[in-house]
Structure formats: structure tokens, C-alpha cells
Design a protein around this ligand. Structure first.
Ligand code: GLC
Length: 619
């Protein structure tokens, strides 16, 4: 570590010497620096800047040899034992390699810190975006962005592929929980706040130096509006086709990007999905025409993971030509990045992609790196500070996450004011989801798909209940032994999933996502209710579940979404230390057949409407 710290300090001074005066970079100075660099760069150096490889498939030596502009880690890809020091050492090695190249252009390292630095063991895991949507609290969203930036910067990461600005129009989509909700206005307000938290405002030449990170508005555009059954890659709806007239597309899916673009979001990731039959990764009208020319986005676009491969064309070279000419500036080609470099080089030499387009893409990338202050601060100061370890999963950040959990809970029913519970009550708790950090955190947590069990530090819902109760608490995952208790808290929910793996699939299937409590959960609920104990139903899910009968039979019901590492926030509300204030960010359907159901629909008649949420009656 000592060596690493010394090394990075040298890097900083070398960088400063190289581009003296970038410290206080104004636009003119940036444009001048970009032109200076562009004039010197070879085609290989330019195409290298446009290439992003995955950490498992590229070494620091490769960064030097191919002048790579960026490295990422995919979900679940982390160095060694996933400690902060190992992240810093890994990224420091990549950055040292980049700074040792002929022009010393720094590399930008990206990760999916999408609900906290969610690949890092021990990091604070905030509730997923759907829960933040339920809080309606933009200030909280900004604070979460800022806390996420600190924990991310403390590991040396420069850039997060967040926030997702999808508008969740169909609950059957496995990424609905990554959206702040089904309302474009709600997504726009919270997305802008989150960007400001992550970046500390516009990129101002000191972003990395201020321990902030570059944000990403994703996935451009209309990823949440695809038609069920049009899914790509064997998915039901993920990466499908959004079929909308221009006015609807504008109103529902483009509108939420405007506030984030105005806030100066550093990058935009293009969507796998299609709009009216054209893959977004070759959609020049929407990537160049709309995003860049009309909306004035002057930073850079990044592709999604190996997304060029999904463009329907005969050869990879054709896919590369169509995508770069459509306006993709940097390509996330995790494994086959050498082939990408070869294809693009050949395409430029054959005149299929103009040097003007290449220079435009590279200028955008260099401009963003300069605006982020990467030339002066190749690593965040926090990353090489002795304070860094204390930042990861700090009490302050966990308290913020617990506040977010509390404010995200939506009280759906509360017959006879069963809630709040008396702290002296004899409480029975049931369900796997009551005592499992992995289940309450959902996908994109340590592993790409998430997973059951003690995947990281935090408190379960049960631990929160036990800590606040002054009475007796009995737990049975299977729901055995409820008789004789004053109240039963039954926690049901979904298995963790990410992306298309979360698309609704009816049984029988290999990995089903039934968007309804499982048979075992329904049997567990019946067992508890047979004991005649008043029941509070807590739903831990990325989206509304179809469970009308269970909701009717319970005395009280709370939507808890995917609360993340601080499950204790649920107990804060159940025992009344804080009254529930969450409002539904998505409509809660009565039945599967009713989906999609969204505010503004004709004959809008969900079980619980968008914006619904009860609170406690004053006794
Ligand atoms: C994934 C996701 C995208 C993510 C990227 C890198 O496939 O679509 O949201 O940022 O790859 O992990």
C-alpha cells in the first residue's frame, strides 16, 4: 500500500506537468487541450480511446499496448477477495499503465454502482431505485448519490453506470426495479438529483479530485417501454421493441433524460432495446439526431455490454460500422475488444467510417476526461487516503440507507389499525425473506444476479424487529408455531434477479419468475393464518406482485421493495418509531391479465393506484 500511495502521488505530479493549467479547466482550455491531443494522436491511439474492455480480459500491459481508454468490471467481477485495497491496487495499475503511454491520456474505470457500490463487499447497499421512487424525496436521492460516490471513489473507481432512467411501463420486465417508477416526471426529478449527488453537479475539472464520480444516464432510450413477447436473446421482454408514435416516445421515455442532461450528466449508455424495429445501437436518428444534435449532449455515449453483437447484420465489421456511424463513441466490448479494434481500424481505412466521426467520438471522450479532472487526479485522493476504509459501509451511510428504507415503505392496508405494533407484543415472524440480506437486496448485489444468504454486511428485517422489540420474538422461516402470539409478521417476496433473467415467465420453466408469491410462501402464509393470529404481510420485491387474495386476507400489508443492507428500517416503521410515508411509484395490478397498467391509461383500475400509500391514524 505504501508503494502504491507513493506511486500515485508521482502520477499526479507527472500528469499535472503534462497538462499544466488543466487544474482550473474552462471550456476554451478544454477545447484547446483536446485539439492539441487530437493532432498528435495516431489512428490506433484514437480507436484505443473508444475501446472499453472488462478487467478479466485485459491487463495493464494491454492498456499500454492498445492505448485502451477505459476498463470496466461487470456485475460480480471484482479483484481478489473484494477488498477496497485490492480495488485501488487494480485500478492504480491500469491507470499507471495508461499514464505511461506516449501521450499519457488517463483511463476512466467504470462499474455498476447502482444501489451503492454494490459489487463491493461491505459497502452500504441502498434500496433499489423503485424504492427511492416510493420516497418521492429528491434530496434523499441526491444524498444517496453522494454517499455512493464516496464509497465508489474510495476504491479508485471513476465512473458509475447509474442512474438508470428507465420508465417502468410493464411489471413483467426484469429491470423494472431499476427504474424510479412508471411516471416520466418522477423519473426525471429523481434522476437529476441522483446525478447531482454522484457528480457533485456538472463535471467541473475537479470531479475526481473531489472524490466524486462520473454518472451515466441509461439506457437511451425507452428501455422500459418494450412490448412483452418482443424480448431479445431469449428474454420475454428485456431488450425488446418499444413501439410508440414519436409524441408518446418523447413524452414518456425521452422527457426524463432532459433534467439529467441539463444537470450535465457525464455519459449516456445506449439501450440494447429497439424503437419501432430499429436497434438503438444503430439508431442514428435517436442517438445522433435527437440526443446529440437536438438535445445538445456534447459528452460521450457508451454502448451496453457487447451490445453491437445484437445488431442484425452479416458481419461484426458491419455491426461496428453501423453503430459508430449511428453515434456510439465508446464501445463496451468486454472480451472481444481486440476484434472491435481491428474491425473499426479496417472500416476507417476502407472509408466506411470517416476520420471526422472518429475525431468527434475521441473529442467527446477526451473532453469528458478533462472535465472530470482525470488528467490532474488519476485516482480520487480518497482512494489513497488513510480515511478511505472508514468510508466503506460507514455508520453515516448506513443510517442514510435506513432512512431510505423507512421512507420507501408503502402501507397498503392497516385494518383496525393493527400497525404500529406495540413493542411489548408477542411477535411471530415467518418467511425466508425476513432473515436474508441477499433476498432483501435483490439483483446487482455483489454478484450480477444477486443471491440468497449473508452476501454482505447489514441487518435483516428480523434482526431489526428483534432489536426494537421489548417483548418476545419467535422466528420460523416455514411459519410453524404462530398460535398464541399477538401478531404475525409474514415476509414474502421474489428471488434475486437482474435484467432479462427477471422477466416474467409462467411455470413450468427452468428459472421461473412468476411475479406472485411462490407456492411455499402461500402455504406458509396459510399456516400462519390458520393459527388465527392477526397478520402483517411484508412484500420484499422489485415490483408489485400478483397476490390479491393474500392481501385481502391479511390485516395489514406493507410494500418494502428491495431495501438493501439496512433491513432494520422496516422494523422502524412496523413498531411506529417512524410512520410510513411511501407512495406507490408504480400501479399495483389486480391480476396478471391487467399488466401493463399505468397511470394515465383509459379505464385505469389497478388494485392500488400510482401514488397510493396510507399512514398511521393518530390513536
Ligand atoms: C449490462 C447492463 C448495463 C450495465 C452493463 C455493464 O448488461 O445492461 O445496465 O451497466 O451491462 O455491467
Amino acid at each position: 500500500m505504501k508503494k502504491m500511495i507513493k506511486h500515485c502521488v508521482l502520477l499526479g505530479s507527472a500528469a499535472a506537468a503534462l497538462l499544466a493549467g488543466t487544474a482550473a479547466v474552462g471550456q476554451q482550455s478544454i477545447d484547446k487541450k483536446v485539439d492539441e491531443l487530437l493532432r498528435q494522436m495516431t489512428l490506433a491511439e484514437k480507436i484505443g480511446q473508444m475501446t472499453q474492455a472488462e478487467r478479466k480480459h485485459a491487463t495493464p500491459e494491454d492498456v499500454k499496448t492498445y492505448h485502451l481508454g477505459s476498463i470496466l468490471n461487470g456485475g460480480g467481477s471484482f479483484p481478489g477477495d473484494n477488498t477496497r485495497a485490492e480495488w485501488v491496487a487494480m485500478i492504480g495499475a491500469y491507470q499507471d499503465a495508461a499514464k505511461s503511454t506516449r501521450l499519457g491520456i488517463p483511463l476512466i474505470y467504470g462499474t455498476d454502482a447502482v444501489h451503492g457500490h454494490s459489487n463491493l463487499k461491505g459497502a452500504t447497499i441502498f434500496p433499489h431505485n423503485v424504492a427511492i421512487g416510493a420516497t418521492r424525496n429528491a434530496e434523499l436521492a441526491q444524498e444517496i448519490g453522494a454517499a455512493t460516490a464516496r464509497e465508489t471513489a474510495a476504491t479508485g473507481v471513476h465512473w458509475t453506470f447509474a442512474p438508470t432512467l428507465c420508465v417502468a411501463r410493464d411489471d413483467r420486465w426484469g429491470r423494472a426495479y431499476e427504474c424510479f417508477g412508471e411516471s416520466p416526471q418522477l423519473v426525471g426529478v429523481l434522476g437529476k438529483a441522483y446525478v447531482n449527488g454522484l457528480q457533485g453537479g456538472r463535471l467541473n475539472g475537479k470531479t475526481i479530485g473531489s472524490n466524486k464520480v462520473v454518472a451515466t444516464a441509461k439506457h437511451w432510450v425507452a428501455d422500459g417501454g418494450t412490448t412483452y413477447g418482443s424480448g431479445d436473446e431469449g428474454y420475454e421482454i428485456d431488450r425488446g421493441d418499444t413501439r410508440l408514435a414519436a409524441a408518446e416516445l418523447e413524452k414518456i421515455h425521452i422527457a426524463p433524460y432532459i433534467p439529467a442532461l441539463q444537470a450535465g450528466v457525464g455519459t449516456v449508455m445506449v439501450s440494447y432495446s429497439s424503437v419501432n424495429g430499429t436497434k438503438m445501437h444503430e439508431n442514428k436518428a435517436l442517438v445522433t439526431g435527437k440526443l446529440k444534435d437536438e438535445l445538445g449532449f456534447d459528452a460521450f455515449t457508451i454502448s451496453d455490454w457487447a451490445a453491437l453483437g445484437e445488431i442484425p447484420a452479416e458481419t461484426n465489421r458491419e455491426r461496428v460500422v453501423r453503430s459508430i456511424n449511428a453515434g456510439l463513441d465508446m464501445v463496451m466490448e468486454p472480451e472481444e475488444w481486440r476484434a472491435f479494434i481491428a474491425d473499426l481500424t479496417a472500416a476507417v481505412e476502407a472509408g466506411e467510417v470517416s476520420m471526422e466521426r472518429i475525431d468527434d467520438a475521441v473529442s467527446r471522450i477526451l473532453k469528458t476526461k478533462l472535465r472530470a479532472g482525470l488528467f490532474d487526479a488519476p485516482l480520487a485522493p480518497l482512494a489513497v487516503s488513510s480515511d478511505a476504509d472508514a468510508v466503506i459501509g460507514s455508520d453515516e451511510h448506513r443510517a442514510l440507507a435506513r432512512q431510505a428504507v423507512r421512507e420507501s415503505l408503502v402501507l397498503l392496508k392497516n385494518d383496525a389499525n393493527l400497525l404500529p405494533l406495540d413493542k411489548g407484543a408477542k411477535v411471530f415472524v415467518a418467511g425466508d425473506h425476513a432473515n436474508d440480506i441477499g433476498l432483501q437486496s435483490g439483483g446487482w448485489t455483489i454478484e450480477w444476479q444477486g443471491g440468497r444468504g449473508p452476501v454482505t454486511d447489514g441487518t435483516t428485517i428480523l434482526q431489526g424487529i428483534e432489536a426494537l422489540s421489548d417483548g418476545e420474538v419467535t422466528y420460523s422461516a416455514a411459519g410453524d408455531g404462530a398460535a398464541g402470539h399477538d401478531v404475525a409478521i409474514v415476509v414474502v417476496g421474489e428471488e434475486p434477479y437482474a435484467e432479462g433473467m427477471g422477466d416474467y415467465r409462467p411455470a413450468p420453466c427452468e428459472k421461473c419468475q412468476p411475479i406472485t408469491p411462490s407456492k411455499a410462501q402461500r402455504e406458509m402464509l396459510a399456516r400462519v393464518q390458520k393459527a388465527g393470529v392477526p397478520t402483517v404481510l411484508v412484500v420484499v420485491s422489485g415490483r408489485p406482485l400478483i397476490m390479491t387474495d393474500a392481501l385481502e386476507s391479511a390485516r395489514a400489508a406493507v410494500a418494502a421493495w428491495l431495501p438493501g443492507s439496512e433491513g432494520a428500517g422496516v422494523a422502524d416503521v412496523l413498531f411506529g418509531d417512524h410512520a410510513p410515508k411511501g407512495k406507490l411509484p408504480v400501479s399495483w395490478p389486480q391480476s396478471l391479465e391487467q399488466i401493463p397498467v399505468n397511470i394515465g391509461d383509459e379505464n385505469y383500475d389497478p388494485l392500488y393506484p400510482f401514488g397510493f400509500g396510507l399512514t398511521y391514524e393518530k390513536p
